[in-house]
Design a protein around this ligand. Structure first.
Ligand code: ADP
Ligand code: ZN
Length: 632
């Protein structure tokens, strides 16, 4: 992206300066007519042939030539013997006329126009020329500067950043202990190079951090350099890939040169997949610039000696797309995975970021950590910051659980918008969400409802029902069959409620996301967990690409068409069974549904605790719900 911007600012001066100039030109011209003679009275005029005739007749007394306008002012004796002045338009070549005038001894003065309009015209033209010259000068200066930049791109405008002291310590990094441990070693390499070289050990040159965005890869790298007390050189892979072939390569060269001069130090390359994708394959086809940059990077990695005190840390969220050459010995031969934090990790991260914030006593970081499975360190930091901003906006002295709650929803679901006015749509959304919420509360293996709301959110969210998950199970991935089935039933609860209450004709597209989730869950059950009549077969190996939409094609090769059809049948059977169960539960609890919907239409949000209390008045709650409602 950067390179596009760059080229645009270079082209800009031309258009910026040329346009006003062109307009100025037209304005000036229209203000001052070119030929003043047009404005003259017709009767005051002679034709050229008349003029010549009068010369022959000796009637002309005096001639004043204006060479600028090619006109002559003639003093002539007319038929009645009076002396009058007349204007004559002349032709370009006036030498013949002049000799004729001489022959006839006629007084002749030659002047350049002293006509006012003419003078102004000249001044105007002069001014215009000046403007043009000035404008050109500016353009030339600008473009000279720009081309200068283009010439010395990789050098003077190198986009790497240097921090002599990052100020980040390992204590600032929480929750990713394994990665931290591995990197602690790198600190020792940087700090005590001699200790290793003395015994003939080879210090690794490159290390690859692999993990989702926001898991703290940059933070870790900074902590390494902060702990070792060495400068931190950082650049993003996307910055290497420039418009001009060769620029990226020259940047790489430059960066390594500077780093070597300042060893010991640490080079951090973020988003290395931008340059380090497998060569000659895949997306974007052959990209000369990228390949050159990658080759340069490999050359530099090979080129510097081991133990020079320069260590390169690169980060990516996709190690599988990287060129194998990058991972060869002597290059990025060490890989460290940075996982999304588990409960303890999240708690640690929250504690780190809570240090400089004023939290009310009632705020429980444990509860927040429990409610945030799947969120990254950056998300968690974001929640606390968002809560602090909300607190300040509400003129409160300390962050209370309410701000934490609002911030969490904002980060995970979206900005809350103003509630809908009462309408059929609002009722439909209410039934849909209460449908989910009711099943979350009635089903035996469900995790407890945290809250249900019909306050819309940015991104087209009409409302939501939210559960607090059983941490250990989500973290371990050990879902039971019963849990998965209940999960599918709950997810279908929204659509089931719509259909039960409003009928076939009224069901909305609002459930499309739910249906996608159902399809994924059902597919997983059939193909990965062996939880269908097809038996205990893992028909698909797990790799993350499935979720990126890239895996499907490959996976189809793993089983025949016949099996594919059977998988579809099984998925359909699971979904239909769950849907029937959802509809039946809603039908049986219609009075409760109506009551809850009335409540939520009035209150807009119902907390899990309150929801369970209402349901308990009508129904026996499953045991799991009773237990968890206690400690929530
Ligand atoms: P990545 O480089 O993996 O995308 P970053 O290192 O840029 O992620 O993380 C962004 C921010 O999120 C950090 O500056 C920090 O405030 C916070 N953060 C992420 N992970 C952690 C962590 N493990 N401990 C503390 N803070 C973290
Ligand atoms: Zn839904």
């Amino acid at each position: 992206m950067n390179h596009l911007l760059g080229s645009r600012t270079r082209r800009n001066p031309l258009s910026r300066y040329c346009l006003p100039l062109a307009a100025g030109w037209m304005v000036l011209q229209s203000f001052f007519p070119a030929s003043p003679t047009l404005a003259q009275d017709k009767s005051n005029k002679f034709s050229y042939s008349d003029f010549l005739e009068k010369i022959e007749q000796g009637k002309i007394k005096e001639v004043s030539l204006d060479s600028r306008t090619d006109t002559a002012t003639v003093t002539v004796v007319n038929e009645s013997g009076e002396t009058v002045t007349r204007e004559v338009n002349l032709f370009n070549d006036q030498s013949e006329l002049i000799s004729r005038l001489r022959e006839n001894n006629i007084d002749l003065t030659v002047k350049t126009s002293n006509d006012n309009a003419q003078t102004i015209g000249i001044i105007a033209n002069g001014a215009l020329i000046l403007l043009l010259v000035a404008g050109l000068a500016i353009i030339i200066r600008r473009s000279a500067k720009a081309s200068g930049q283009a010439m010395s791109f990789g050098k003077s405008r190198a986009r790497y950043q240097v921090e002599d002291q990052t100020g980040v310590k390992f204590d600032d990094v929480a929750g990713i202990d394994e990665a931290k441990e591995e990197l602690q070693e790198v600190v020792t390499f940087l700090k005590e190079t001699e200790r290793f070289t003395a015994v003939g050990a080879k210090i690794p040159k490159g290390l690859l951090l692999v993990g989702s965005p926001g898991t703290g890869k940059t933070l870790l790298a900074k902590a390494v350099s902060g702990e070792a007390g060495v400068p931190f050189y950082s650049i993003s892979g996307s910055e290497f890939v420039e418009m001009f072939v060769g620029v990226g390569a020259s940047r790489v060269r430059d960066l390594f040169k500077k780093a070597k001069e300042n060893a010991p130090c640490l080079i951090f390359i973020d988003e290395i997949d931008a340059v380090g994708r497998k060569r000659g394959a895949g997306l974007g086809g052959g990209n000369d610039e990228r390949e050159q940059t990658l080759n340069q990077l490999l050359t530099e990695m090979d080129g510097f000696e081991e133990n020079t005190g320069v260590i390169v840390i690169a980060a990516t969220n996709r190690a599988d797309v990287l060129d194998e050459a990058l991972m060869r010995p002597g290059r990025f031969d060490r890989q460290v995975t940075v996982d999304l934090p588990s409960y303890n990790g999240r708690l640690g991260i929250l504690q780190v970021h809570a240090q400089n914030k004023k939290l009310a006593e009632e705020v429980s970081l444990e509860t927040l950590a429990r409610r945030t499975p799947g969120l990254s360190g950056a998300d968690l930091a974001n929640i606390l910051n968002e809560a602090a901003i909300l607190t300040a906006r509400r003129f409160k002295p300390v962050i209370t659980p309410l701000e934490i709650d609002n911030a969490l929803d904002r980060i995970t679901i979206g900005l809350s918008l103003s509630p809908l006015l009462d309408s059929k749509k609002k009722r439909l959304i209410a039934y849909h969400e209460v449908g989910h919420a009711l099943l979350m509360t009635l089903l035996e293996h469900s995790d407890p409802l945290n809250k249900v709301t019909i306050i819309p959110r940015s991104g087209g969210v009409g409302g939501f029902a939210q559960q607090s998950f059983d941490e250990d199970m989500v973290d371990s991935g050990l879902y039971s069959r019963a849990w998965l089935i209940d999960r599918i039933t709950i997810t279908l609860g929204g659509r089931a409620a719509e259909q039960e209450i409003f009928g076939d004709a009224e069901v909305t597209a609002g459930a499309s996301n739910d249906l996608r989730v159902v399809a994924n869950l059902a597919r997983e059950m059939v193909t990965r967990y062996g939880m269908s009549d097809l038996g205990p077969l893992a028909l698909e190996s797990h790799h993350g690409q499935v979720f990126l939409g890239g895996g499907d094609m490959n996976n189809h090769n793993q089983y025949s068409e016949e099996v594919a059809t059977k998988i579809d049948e099984q998925m359909r059977a699971i979904a239909l069974r769950c849907y029937e169960k959802a509809r039946q539960l809603i039908r049986e609890n219609r009075d409760l549904m109506d009551h809850l919907v009335d409540r939520i239409l009035y209150e807009e949000t119902i907390e899990g605790e309150e929801f369970r209390r209402i349901v308990a008045q009508y129904r026996q709650l499953p045991e799991k719900q009773l237990v968890s409602s206690g400690n929530k």
